[in-house]
Design a protein around this ligand. Structure first.
Ligand SMILES: *Cc1c(COP(=O)(O)O)cnc(C)c1O
Length: 390
């Protein structure tokens, strides 16, 4: 069978399973309202939490950089691609998360894969939360360390496993701070204590907490007074741009700079993206009001959708997961919401476990109260239509 025939067959199987993905195309900038197929829709599934993806100050910073630094870095960082704007961004981001040193990556995926592979290897032990992001899972696998997946948030199980590990072996606990699909928070204080008690390092992915929690948006670790050994922050979510960074002790960062294959063997981020990070960092630090609005919108959605009879996971983050079970059901409800002016995506396996397909509803700080109420009305309409059919 030709590769193309084989691919067609596998796509057909994905379709039969309700797992075929075909994303809609957004034809406007990423604001609180986006245009899809000529229709203006409330955007309720973006990680552009603070509304900075179309911020004029960030765009201006990128434009100045384009004129000064040009379009591309031309080479990897270790050859000729390291530019002053990359170093500016790294100093700014390290200061923001209150850690000594930081290193830019082209994406959070590249940062997680690279940092884990750089720091851990054969003979080491990685303790990884069961709900960790695919990039953390792939980084663990790539490292060739021994991987121990503990049940989500189960500190007792984690402690048993830490205790059972061979003495003297290098070890690390890997976790997200805000879990991307459930929206719950890791107990970072307890994880730090366990790491210290069992001579392990603590690796925290702050993708969904950076800009959202902590003083000046420094993340959940900073909010709780926890110092991780490695902190990963992404620039494509609350920062509104693209890219990521790894922060920590200067020697840890220098080792990553020398060993992370996704860093060493990849062209440096476009200088304008580093400039966007610098501009966004200044805005993020002053965004207390936006953070408060974002969390208030999320709380309102959680309460109202639950009152309508939806199964909404508990949480304190901007992520409001509405559990629907089978993929087809999640897709149908997302489609119905689209007809009522709301853009929400169905999240299906392999992103979430089987039987837990869901809508991941996420407001933005730049939504108005009236827009959030309009979203709730759409959920109410769709819900009563569902009941009529049942
Ligand atoms: C989005 C995400 C990443 C990947 O970041 P990108 O910059 O989008 O590649 C990593 N970790 C978590 C927890 C994420 O949600």
């Amino acid at each position: 069978m030709s590769l193309a025939d084989d691919a067609r067959e596998r796509l057909a199987q994905l379709k039969r399973d309700g797992l075929l993905r075909a994303p809609p195309t957004v034809s406007t900038a990423q604001g609180p309202v986006v245009t899809i197929d000529g229709h203006a829709l409330l955007c309720l599934c973006s990680n552009n939490y603070l509304g900075f993806a179309d911020d004029p100050a960030i765009i201006a910073g990128m434009q100045r950089s384009l004129e000064r630094d040009g379009a591309g870095a031309g080479a990897s960082r270790l050859i000729s691609g390291t530019m002053s704007v990359h170093r500016d961004a790294e100093r700014t981001l390290a200061a923001l998360v209150q850690l000594p040193s930081a290193l830019l990556f082209t994406s959070g995926y590249a940062a997680n894969v690279g940092a884990l592979q750089a720091l851990f290897g054969d003979g080491d032990f990685i303790f990884s939360d069961a709900l960790n992001h695919a990039s953390l899972i792939d980084g663990c696998r790539l490292s060739r360390a021994s991987i121990n997946v503990y049940p989500h948030g189960d500190l007792e199980a984690l402690e048993r496993r830490l205790r059972a590990r061979p003495r003297g072996a290098r070890a690390v606990i890997v976790t997200e701070s805000v879990f991307s699909m459930d929206g719950d928070l890791a107990d970072l204080v307890a994880l730090r204590a366990l790491a210290d008690a069992y001579d392990a390092a603590l690796f925290v992915d702050e993708a969904h907490a950076l800009g959202v929690f902590g003083p000046g948006g420094a993340g959940l670790s900073a909010a709780l007074g926890v110092v991780p050994d490695v902190l990963v922050g992404t620039l494509g979510k609350a920062f509104g741009g693209a890219g990521a960074f790894v922060a920590g002790d200067a020697s840890v960062i220098a080792l990553i700079e020398n060993r992370a294959r996704s860093y060493v063997f990849s062209t440096a981020p476009a200088p304008a993206l580093a400039a966007a990070a610098v501009a966004a960092a200044a805005l993020v630090q002053r965004a207390d009001e936006r953070r408060a609005t974002l969390l208030r919108h999320a709380q309102r959605l959680r309460t109202a959708l639950r009152a309508l009879g939806y199964e909404v996971l508990h949480g304190e983050s901007p992520i409001v997961p509405v559990l629907l079970g089978e993929p087809a059901r999640a897709v149908a409800i997302a489609g119905a919401l689209r007809e009522h002016g709301c853009f929400v995506q169905a999240i299906r396996p392999p992103t979430v476990p089987r039987g837990t397909s869901r809508l991941r509803v996420v407001p933005m700080a730049t939504h108005s109260d009236a827009q959030i109420e309009r979203a709730i009305e759409a959920f109410a309409t769709v819900r009563s239509a569902l009941k009529e059919h049942a």
